[in-house]
Design a protein around this ligand. Structure first.
Ligand code: ADP
Ligand code: MN
Ligand code: MN
Ligand code: MN
Length: 339
């Protein structure tokens, strides 16, 4: 018997990458082969040297096709065997490996916005809907737009075996969130990219487009983020380690370095309004949704747990964010002798 493998990869679109995929029919029992694609059609190669290589790194059941069919997430390589410049997963691997004994966990809250007919789902043909207020975690046809798509996506992620931990309606109409985690640095990125692919694919059947645009509507409408919750073994055991991690993210040079890797257009979203902190001022605080990094109230109460970096944009590459956070926080914890 044979089955279908949907090979999925991250392309070279600027300023934020897109997902691409194509189908390969495989015989039962064979190992997943490497494969190739035309990099000149994905901003990953010039036309005269167009061949790029797909190497499978993560696979799971395909909840859309069902049966024995699978989804296969791939890293992109050049034909000489070196990682493609757009391959951010390959840049995370050595950092994750270096600090593997600190046992980092991530939980990423992926916010996104549905669009139909050129405007957010739920927006009237002209003008704007009633101001923000009732939509977040709302219920009812006047407050909620696209729930059928969101429910189908949640079911699909669960059937695929992804570590999806929840969903909620967001502050702006047509805006939603799902969370992936807790999971390790590479795993959270793998599961998030596949969950994004499933979101686009399922919304396609509803004639809706999902976007990760960080500020889809200008003005008094919330942007879309990817709050990144983070802990190490030491942070799950001690409040001193929590504080060390918070301080390390505000250290000299680190604020700019992290902001640069936290997604395109971050200055437009981190304005200091709409539950954000200004992008150029670092702060952390307990329960504070106006801080760069929030310590959840239970974490202060229990004196251990995790922190929430609220700065990453919806359009992040999670591999970059994990590399930055592990690199900064784990190095600081090690230096402080708190591992
Ligand atoms: P918020 O209250 O900010 O909306 P969510 O409930 O949407 O938070 O998301 C929190 C995320 O953090 C979830 O994905 C959850 O699995 C993850 N998480 C929980 N505990 C930890 C931990 N110790 N380390 C890292 N992530 C965690
Ligand atoms: Mn959330
Ligand atoms: Mn949210
Ligand atoms: Mn959050």
């Amino acid at each position: 018997m044979s089955y279908k493998a949907e090979y999925i990869w991250i392309d070279g679109t600027e300023p934020s990458a897109r997902l691409r995929s194509k189908t390969r029919v495989l015989e039962d029992g064979a190992e997943l082969p490497i494969w190739g694609f035309d990099g000149s059609s994905t901003n990953q190669a010039p036309g005269d040297k167009s061949d790029c290589v797909l190497k499978p790194v993560f696979s799971c059941p395909d909840p859309i096709r069902g049966g024995d069919n699978i989804l296969v997430l791939c890293e992109v390589f050049l034909i000489d065997g070196t990682p493609h410049v757009t391959n951010n997963r390959a840049k995370l691997s050595p950092v994750a490996e270096q600090y593997a004994d600190q046992d980092s966990w991530f939980g990423i809250e992926q916010e996104y916005t549905f669009f139909q007919a050129g405007r957010p789902l739920g927006f009237p043909e002209t003008g704007f809907p009633a101001p923000q207020g009732p939509y977040y975690c709302g219920v009812g046809a006047d407050e909620v737009f696209g729930r059928d798509v969101v429910e189908a996506h949640l079911d699909a992620c669960m059937v695929a075996g992804l570590k999806i931990s929840g969903i909620n309606a967001e502050v702006m109409p047509g805006q939603w969130e799902f969370q992936i985690g807790p999971a390790g640095p590479l795993e959270v990125g793998d599961h998030l990219w596949v969950a994004r692919w499933l979101l686009y694919r399922i919304a396609e059947d509803f004639n809706v487009a999902a976007t990760l645009d960080a500020k889809p509507v200008k003005g008094d409408w919330n942007g879309a983020g990817a709050h990144t919750n983070f802990s190490t073994k030491a942070m799950r055991e001690s409040y001193d380690a929590i504080i060390t991690a918070c301080e390390s993210l505000g250290a000299e040079g680190k604020v700019e370095e992290h902001i640069a890797g936290y997604g395109h257009g971050i200055e437009d979203r981190l304005t200091g309004l709409h539950e954000t902190a200004p992008h150029n001022e670092y702060s952390y605080g307990v329960s504070n949704r106006g801080a760069s990094v929030r310590i959840p109230w239970q974490v202060e109460l229990e004196q251990k747990g995790y922190i929430e970096d609220r700065r990453p944009n919806a359009n992040i590459d999670p591999y970059n964010v994990a590399r930055l956070i592990v690199g900064t926080c784990c190095a600081a914890l090690e230096k402080a002798g708190q591992v």
